[in-house]
Design a binder for this molecule. Structure first.
Ligand SMILES: *Cc1c(COP(=O)(O)O)cnc(C)c1O
Length: 484
């Protein structure tokens, strides 16, 4: 059971098509033409690209071999902290690919789009129920876009109340996109420090909160995988000075059906449908980052909004206080279909998703705490954060150990993030890994720690069982070669 997953057999090299091609090879055979050739006028078409000539089997093997160099959640464990690389059930893909949904055109009149509109309407209500919030817009295209929507909501609210403000509080345990989104909206972000327990202290927030501060952006659970347990007190401090509370809910997979965000004082929360609600991601999209709000901020939500009247669904622009539009039509519909399918297929078991995600992360934390330095010694949520502090004596770094994990058949965890932990190793197993796979991962980590003590030079050379050895990341970043 604890055999390493990594192997080198039948991992084939593959050159570029240009290196592989031989003049005259052909991927198809057509009957000889019985009409005279009539060349296109070179004046109009020019020389044309110099495509290589290849046979059919060469092409098929080329792309199939390249596909075997890829690693995804369907290949194996992908414990990339913060990213929630969990298994995405195939039924969700199947539902999103149904012709009636996949081919629905956004310009069709509402009366021919009742099913699609009903799905959006119901998804908004399901997300409101899961989070405890009171209204939802599905428009934002990703997490960071949801953050921008949140900041635009803050802005619209303060403007409407005649008190435009200039600053936002952002803790050091927030996701890096938070201060970026605040800046994009024209706010100045004011960094505040987390305490020795890895969470925000109400006193620190009180020290910084004033009437020129629009509010606070709290990632909860935060990027250390810890729950901000003073959330309600912090929200009260911010509200008392007329500010608003934004929660980055990209880590909602730890607390679904467990924490009511409205009750802990949140005014705006964004979700990452592509993380928590099962859409394959990591290749660049499409994603979806809905914003969920309290009644207080509902008037400012982006238009159009899906409304229901007399059993008919339609998109309405009739919200005079709305801050406007964020996305063409109504956002990335396919991702919403997958989220809807995921939520309906799990029902009340969504809560179990969160419980398992938290259980798995705590299991890894407990099984590795005697070999890795634990950044904060307290129960974690869906991810745990270690560091390379104990391996420093052997001159072995987080990067060396992450590279060595590849040799053992695991995608490395997130490394050197969050920034508050030097040499961070951030592991998010997700709820979809079995105990056997968690144990394999734990064994691989423990083997690597033993190697770090006995033969650190082996780790400096890792990975050694892969097609490509360790890359020179500095040169790759400073002097990128973009042509292959
Ligand atoms: C992933 C993530 C984001 C950003 O989401 P994108 O969809 O990549 O824009 C923001 N906050 C947290 C906590 C995240 O984990």
């Amino acid at each position: 059971m604890n055999e390493p997953l990594g192997t080198t057999g039948l991992v084939l090299n593959e050159p570029l098509l240009w290196e592989k091609g031989q003049k005259g090879r052909c991927g198809y055979s057509l009957p000889k033409s019985d009409v005279d050739a009539s060349p296109l006028d070179a004046k109009f078409v020019g020389e044309g690209p110099d495509f290589p000539d290849l046979s059919e089997v060469e092409i098929v093997r080329h792309y199939t071999r390249l596909s075997t160099w890829n690693f995804g959640v369907d290949t194996g464990m992908y414990p990339l902290g913060s990213c929630t690389m969990k298994y995405n059930p195939k039924t969700n893909e199947r539902q999103a690919a149904q012709h009636g949904l996949a081919l629905a055109h956004p310009l069709l009149p509402g009366k021919l789009s009742q099913g699609a509109l009903q799905l959006l309407y119901e998804l908004e209500h399901l997300l409101a129920e899961i989070t405890g919030m009171e209204a939802v817009s599905l428009q934002p295209a990703a997490g960071a876009h949801g953050e921008l929507a949140g900041m635009l909501l803050f802005y619209a609210y303060h403007q409407d109340h005649g008190s435009p403000r200039s600053k936002i509080l952002v803790p050091d345990t927030a996701h890096g996109t938070n201060p970026a989104s605040a800046s994009l909206c024209g706010y100045k972000s004011v960094g505040i420090k987390s305490n020795e327990q890895g969470v925000l202290s109400p006193e620190t927030v009180a020290d910084h909160m004033d009437t020129d501060t629009a509010g606070i952006m709290v990632t909860n659970p935060n990027t250390l995988g810890l729950f901000e347990d003073h959330m309600k007190t912090i929200a009260d401090i911010v509200h008392a000075k007329g500010g608003l509370v934004y929660a980055d809910g990209a880590n909602m997979n730890a607390v679904m059906g467990i924490v009511n965000m409205l009750d802990v004082g949140v005014d705006v929360l964004h979700l990452n449908l592509h993380k928590t609600f099962s859409t394959p991601h990591g290749g660049g999209g499409p994603g979806s980052g809905p914003v969920c709000v309290s009644k207080l901020l509902e008037p400012y939500l982006p238009v159009p909004r899906v409304v229901k009247a007399e059993n008919q669904y339609r998109l309405s622009e009739d919200f005079p206080k709305s801050f406007g539009k964020l996305h063409a039509f109504y956002g990335n519909f396919g991702v919403m279909v997958k989220a809807y399918s995921y939520i309906l297929s799990l029902g009340a078991d969504l809560k179990k998703v969160s419980q398992l995600a938290v259980l798995n992360a705590n299991y890894i934390k407990e099984q590795l705490r005697d070999v890795f330095e634990l950044a904060y010694d307290r129960p974690c949520m869906h991810e745990c954060v270690f560091s390379d502090k104990r391996q420093a004596a052997h001159k072995v770094t987080t990067l060396d150990m992450a590279k060595r994990l590849i040799d053992y058949g695991f995608h490395p965890p997130t490394i050197y993030f969050p920034l508050v932990v030097p040499g961070a190793i951030m592991i998010e197993p997700t709820e979809s890994e079995s105990k056997e796979d968690l144990d394999r991962f734990i064994t691989a980590c423990r083997t690597i720690v033993a190697e770090a003590e006995k033969s650190p030079e082996d780790l400096h050379a890792a990975p050694t069982r892969t097609r490509t050895r360790r890359l020179d990341e500095t040169t790759a970043a400073r002097n990128p070669c973009l042509t292959g």
